[in-house]
Every structure is written in structure tokens, then in C-alpha cells.
Design a protein around this ligand. Sequence first.
Ligand code: AMP
Length: 217
Amino acid sequence: MNIILLGPPGAGKGTQARFLVDARDMVQLSTGDMLRAARSSGTDMGKKVAAIMDAGELVTDEIVIGLIEEQLTTTKAPGGFIFDGFPRTLAQADALGELLAKVGQSLATVVEMRVDDDALVARITGRYTCGDCGEGYHDTAKQPAKDGICDNCGGSNFKRRPDDNEESLKTRLMAYYKETSPLIGYYYAKGLLQSVNGLDSMDGVAEAIKSALASVE
Ligand code: AMP
């Protein structure tokens, strides 16, 4: 079953995608992660997108559609794909439909994670991850049990995203409202949209997503 997790930056898409990967053998396709990987390996494309990402703007449809196409044609996903941070524009949504059809697949559902802007600012400006295993933490909401040591892997190499600051966040939120939020209507009209309360606890949101997926299985 292929699904989209749709929501503004900081809604918890990445966290919930990781839960689904563990629980259901799904494969997470995060265009943000792919672009960050391209940046850190220093590819031409990575260099091209670095400043755009740091400013919180959207990179071109062509680039992200290309990344998704490559994954869809080369990656096996026994439990299906979770699209996280993609699509972000109507053109990307159309392209995803076409790409899935080309590989004989379709979308089972789109789960919108609803959160309010004040909560997003607090979530994003405090978050950081373990650079070794990707476990997520937060300055106030979730600190490691032992200061400076990752609970999951014991690493001590924590990272913050350069675009997780208030200035870039304003641009990212504006991009979300202008370019991405129309997808809510788009998928509603296709009969694919379900919404969950993204302000609930992590486990509460995970339960709501589980029910949303069960309703289309
Ligand atoms: P994310 O990790 O999903 O918050 O993405 C980080 C940044 O990567 C975004 O602010 C954009 O600059 C870029 N990006 C990620 N996914 C997309 C996409 N589907 N379309 C355009 N830009 C994207």
C-alpha cells in the first residue's frame, strides 16, 4: 500500500514514517532526506539546491520528480512506499500519479497531519537528530536519557538542520500554504484524503494513522 503523509514542516511526518517503516515493512521516500544526502555528498545537484533549501524555498519540480522516479523504478518496497515531503506542488502530485501508474501501482490513501503554526515553530526550532542513526530529539519535549548520548545507538554526533531556524521556517510555512496546501483539496476530490490530529502525542498520532490505513486495507 502506497501512502502520502501530508502536512506542514514540523507536523511529524518523518517521525511517523519511521514508525511505519518499522511496523509494516514500508519504504520511506523523503525528498528532503534525498536532497540533504545529495548536498553532503557534494554532487552538482546538491550544490545547486543548497542555498534554496537553507532559505526554506522549494527546489524545482523537475529535480524532485526525478529523484522519486529513480527510487520508484529501482527500489523494492514489500509493504509499499511512504511519500514524506513529496508531493509539495500540484505538478508533483500529477507526476506522482503518472509515475505510479507507469510501474503498475497506485495510491491507497493520503493522510493529512493537522497542526497549528504556533506548535510548529516550537517543534522545529527545538529539534535535532542523532547523526549516526537518525533518532529524533527535542530541546524540551524529548532529551536523551544520558546527556549527549543517543538512546538508540549510543552515538554522540547530534545534528541540527540549517533550515530549522525561525527565518527559514517562515518561508517554509509560506511555501506550504501557497504551494502544498492545495493538495488537500486535490486529494479530497480524488476520494483519497484522511486527516489526523497531528497535535496529539506521538503514540496517539501513530494509532490514528494505523486506523486510517486499516480503513483502506
Ligand atoms: P523537508 O525535509 O521535507 O522539510 O525538506 C527540506 C527542504 O528540501 C525543503 O524546504 C525544500 O527546500 C526541499 N524539498 C524537499 N522536498 C521537496 C519537494 N517535494 N519539492 C520541492 N522542494 C523540496
